[in-house]
Ligand binder design. Structure first.
Ligand SMILES: [Zn+2]
Length: 415
């Protein structure tokens, strides 16, 4: 399966990347030929090359920014004789099978660094390390690729560090930055990048990839794709994870439970508790192991009650801070998912009220949707959708989560 098959419903972007990968291959071939002949490498890559050193992938959550960036990274490293080495007129690199493609996709290629963070921000120090890494010559003789999956989380200082690297890249270095939108990245960085916009993939394309790649049965795939409105990762999780389905079912009951102020407060508290549960589960899975590993690395002596050697408390404190930030981030993401589901519910209500003949995203709770639709007006529904959006924005501004959610449930009731 070619690396491009995972890039779902993005024909235009895929075509652009494939053209760039062909030109990138032609550059590698021409330069190594020149080197073998003892000549200077061709200096001018011409204004016609589709290849460039910095790319920015934007698009709504779940559209597959990271997947597109990884597919491109794999195509740049593809060494299949059938697809690579043929120059810009030949077939497209990215066979999916060769060593270059495979190791890139599983994350072990020596010249591909994939930076993914579960923290809220990427700081100056991490970025300096990356820039240093990016300046190395590729061991494979092809490209040094850095995929920064959360470029929107760069602090301003980190952004400025990155800017210098993007402005004056090493000859074989390629930066692939991903962010929700162009506004999330420093304008100075954007202007140095070629910009690709992914769209929300059609529901049918998402269902199709769940069946083809993940072996999910067609009916479940279709239901999950529709429920998540083209968000690929969420669709997969919903189709495969019992917990995710239970969480979603609970969220979709909320609109019928907020008849009085007591119900509003209770529903708000439950949303917050559920997000806290998610964070706790992640912490249980990761934190203890991480802490143990650090203790071992710092040389905590076994049998002495695990006392840490002098002068290592700082490192332990740093890890605890990191774990705390990750917990905050997990809670926030979990809560945001619930709010996305809630928005989908009211969008369905609106669709019924407007008599639109589209399939409902949340068909499994059609009864509730009909009840709310019959007991309110489109204007009220719009105000309710706005209340959910306002809550998401408040959370983005770091308003205390419980307060923001209580304000939302109260507004949903009054709506
Ligand atoms: Zn390949």
């Amino acid at each position: 399966m070619a690396v491009w098959d995972d890039v779902v419903g993005q024909e235009r972007v895929t075509a652009q990347l494939a053209a760039a990968a062909r030109d990138a291959d032609a550059i590698v071939v021409a330069e190594s030929a020149a080197q073998a002949a003892g000549e200077q490498p061709p200096a001018d890559r011409g204004g016609t090359s589709q290849m460039t050193h910095a790319w920015l992938f934007t698009g709504p959550p779940g559209a597959g920014r990271d997947t597109a960036a990884r597919a491109f990274a794999a195509a740049l490293q593809c060494v299949s004789p059938d697809s690579a080495g043929a120059g810009s007129s030949g077939p497209t690199p990215g066979c999916g099978f060769c060593d270059g493609c495979h190791t890139t996709l599983v994350g072990t290629h020596a010249d591909v660094e994939i930076v993914r963070t579960d923290l809220l921000s990427i700081g100056v120090k991490e970025t300096r390390d990356l820039v240093r890494r990016a300046s190395l010559s590729p061991a494979s003789g092809r490209w040094q690729v850095i995929v920064l999956e959360d470029a929107d989380r760069l602090t301003e200082g980190a952004g400025n560090v990155l800017l210098k690297a993007v402005e004056e890249p090493a000859p074989r270095t390629v930066w692939l930055l991903c962010a929700p939108s162009i506004e999330d990245v420093l304008p100075t960085i954007c202007s140095r990048c070629r910009h690709l916009t992914l769209r929300t993939p059609p529901v049918s394309a998402v269902a199709d990839v769940l069946v083809r790649r993940d072996g999910i049965d067609p009916e479940a795939a279709d239901r999950a794709a529709r429920a998540t409105q083209g968000h690929i990762d969420r669709a997969r999780r919903l189709a495969t994870d019992e917990r995710a389905r239970a969480r979603r079912a609970a969220v979709l009951k909320l609109p019928l439970r907020i008849d009085d102020i007591g119900g509003c407060l209770k529903a708000a508290q439950e949303l917050i508790d559920a997000a806290g549960e998610d964070a706790k589960q992640v912490a249980e899975e990761v934190d203890a192991k991480e802490t143990e590993e650090l203790r071992a690395a710092l040389g905590a002596a076994a049998g002495t009650g695990g006392r840490l050697p002098r002068g290592t408390a700082g490192a332990m404190k740093e890890l605890q801070d990191k774990q705390k930030r990750r917990s905050t981030r997990t809670q926030r993401d979990s809560l945001d998912l619930a709010l996305v589901d809630l928005t989908g519910f009211y969008r369905d209500v609106l669709a019924l009220q407007m008599g639109a003949s589209v399939p409902l995203a949340n068909d499994e709770v059609r009864d509730s949707i009909q009840r709310i639709a019959a007991s309110s007006t489109p204007e009220r529904t719009l105000r309710r959708i706005e209340a959910v959006i306002a809550c998401r924005e408040a959370l983005d501004r770091n308003v205390a989560p419980l307060l923001a959610v209580e304000a939302m449930t109260a507004a949903l009731r009054a709506g």
